[in-house]
Design a protein around this ligand. Structure first.
Ligand code: HEC
Length: 106
């Protein structure tokens, strides 16, 4: 391995570890999924828009609750504007990744 490759790997490892609240095993691409499917209503920085802010959602909701909310938003709020995972075309793994990612926002 030359010095350039070592430098690149170090930079990549640092970038991954530097992301706050991000753990590879729990949420592989949750941020990307969030940006694509949720940010339009909850804000690019989870600050809220049409939907409520999610910046501290992990303080009041568990990963299991959030998982269920994404699968079936009407369960907790029958007249919600939030579309279910099936409409957003999210598979089970993507929903799980999002739930884990958001449950760490405290
Ligand atoms: C069309 C807009 C819209 C989209 C897209 C959307 N949401 Fe929502 N979401 C809402 C609204 C409005 C609420 C508040 C009403 C309710 O509880 O359903 C909400 C509520 C929530 C809550 C509960 C917040 C709380 O404080 O109890 C969570 C968690 C959530 N959304 C996560 C997500 C995630 C994750 C995605 C992406 C998969 C997403 N939402 C996509 C509009 C949206």
């Amino acid at each position: 391995m030359n010095r350039f490759t070592t430098g690149l790997l170090t930079a990549a490892a640092f970038a991954v570890c530097a992301l706050p609240g991000w753990s590879k095993s729990q949420a592989p691409n949750a941020q990307a999924i969030y940006s694509k499917s949720c940010a339009g209503c909850h804000g690019a920085k989870l600050q809220g828009a049409i939907g409520p802010p999610l910046t501290h959602i992990g303080k009041k909701r568990s990963a299991a609750w959030i998982d269920e909310k994404i699968e079936n938003p009407k369960k907790t709020k029958p007249n919600t504007l939030m579309p279910p995972a099936s409409v957003l075309k999210l598979n089970n793994g993507e929903v799980k990744a999002l739930a884990a990612f958001l449950s760490h926002k405290k």
